[in-house]
Design a protein around this ligand. Structure first.
Ligand SMILES: *[C@@H]1O[C@H](CO)[C@@H](O)[C@H](O)[C@H]1NC(C)=O
Ligand SMILES: *[C@@H]1O[C@H](CO)[C@@H](O)[C@H](O)[C@H]1NC(C)=O
Ligand SMILES: *[C@@H]1O[C@H](CO)[C@@H](O)[C@H](O)[C@H]1NC(C)=O
Length: 365
């Protein structure tokens, strides 16, 4: 942790004075140069062709998790929480592989590596949880329940959360237990009853697609379980089946085990999990490598799906799927330092237990 503090202090005294004043916009190239000129950096940055970023629009549209603690966007965060608050004791650990990745393993034929695109809607809380839930149903039913779960349904029907304006992770897990979700694939796809309702747009999508109007998408209306997909043969099937979690937990270490270990164990045994975390401004420019925050200005909360872990040059990392299309990062994924709780990455972690018995198999293909 001291290393991070050092880096952030350093940034304030060397000629990057501009980063020390609160501002509404940032120049992409400045941050990218800062990261890429650092010989010791464990990751590389890219502007993605973006000249400047309006931070308000960015955090409103491309993030979307409401964090259960306060932080000041206009102040550089001095440090992350240290892992000790979540247990650092070196504990007895069962043996797990040094590298594991659900997105590439041949243990399953489930489409775990399919990257989603939340577009200009702050729905990461719904997208990440739908994606992890779908994986868990598929993995734990041994591929029998292999359908797309609708994040649009969750974003529009979980009324305790705020649709495209963000959501709380513990509330969405409650919703997935009480109400569950229905089927639905990507925007405009023929998969499932309610495909994602917001057209892909924004800085990370293909230029042949329509450019994003610089405004947030509005939250679509909740249509309960109705099939509203023109490309799906819903006439024989006017309502989707519902898929629910039996229970869910927050993963948290204790005197015997670290959170970091319990996360790996949960991923390995039961499938991908979700993490809420605090996004710093440099994160959006991540291109490849192992992300370690260098630039401690907070943008907002985000939620993602963790699919595995590994180690490279003595740095442990998580393998994580983002929802900014496969053009961002490492084909839609990123790796972030593991075991230090950087960006609070190991303090808002959840996993659910699929209710397989009460779900119907192979209904929606
Ligand atoms: C699939 O997994 C098995 C056992 O883990 C491994 O031995 C094998 O090489 C893998 N095959 C491929 C094609 O990756
Ligand atoms: C979710 O469940 C609650 C409680 O049973 C119910 O009042 C609400 O209408 C349900 N929401 C949807 C979208 O079905
Ligand atoms: C620590 O957490 C593990 C996993 O959740 C649990 O099985 C164990 O009973 C806990 N131990 C203590 C001492 O709380």
């Amino acid at each position: 942790m001291t290393k991070f503090i050092f880096i952030s202090l350093l940034m304030c005294i060397v000629p990057f004075a501009v980063v020390c004043v609160p501002r509404k916009k940032i120049i992409s190239q400045e941050i990218v140069n800062l990261i890429n000129s650092d010989q010791k950096s464990t990751w590389e940055a890219d502007t993605y062709g973006i000249k400047e970023v309006n931070l308000e629009i960015f955090s409103q549209n491309y993030l979307g998790t409401i964090l259960p603690f306060k932080y000041d966007k206009n102040k550089e965060m001095e440090k992350d929480l240290s892992q000790k608050e979540y247990g650092t004791l070196k504990a007895k650990e069962e043996k797990l592989p040094a590298y594991f990745n659900w997105a590439t393993t041949n243990k399953t034929n489930c489409p775990i590596g399919r990257v989603r695109d939340q577009s200009n809607c702050g729905s990461c809380w719904a997208v990440s949880t739908a994606s992890a839930m779908q994986d868990r149903f598929c993995i734990q039913s041994k591929g029998k329940i292999n359908v797309d779960f609708s994040s649009g349904y969750i974003a529009s029907c979980d009324k305790l959360n705020y649709g495209c304006n963000g959501g709380y992770m513990y509330l969405v897990y409650d919703f997935l237990k009480k109400n569950g979700t229905i089927t639905g694939g990507d925007y405009d796809s023929d998969s499932g009853c309610q495909p994602y309702p917001v057209r892909p747009c924004g800085p990370f999508v293909d230029s042949h697609k329509m450019p994003c109007v610089y405004r947030s998408a509005t939250t679509p209306k909740c249509r309960k379980k109705k099939c509203s997909n023109d490309w799906h043969p819903y006439r024989e099937e006017p309502e989707s089946k519902t898929y629910k979690y039996k229970e869910w937990t927050s993963i948290r270490g204790n005197i015997s085990y670290t959170t970091e270990y319990l996360m790996r164990k949960e991923i390995y045994e039961n499938g991908p999990i979700t993490a809420g975390f605090l996004v710093y401004e440099d994160f959006m420019f991540y291109k490849k490598g192992i992300y370690v925050p260098k630039y401690y200005w907070a943008s907002g909360g985000h939620a993602v799906k963790i699919v595995g872990w590994g180690e490279e040059n003595n740095i442990n990392y998580w393998i994580v799927q983002n929802s900014w299309s496969d053009r961002w990062g490492e084909n839609g994924f990123f790796r972030i330092i593991r075991g230090t709780n950087a960006c609070y990455f190991e303090s808002m972690v959840n996993a659910g237990k699929p209710d397989i018995k009460n779900s119907d198999y192979n209904v929606h293909k």
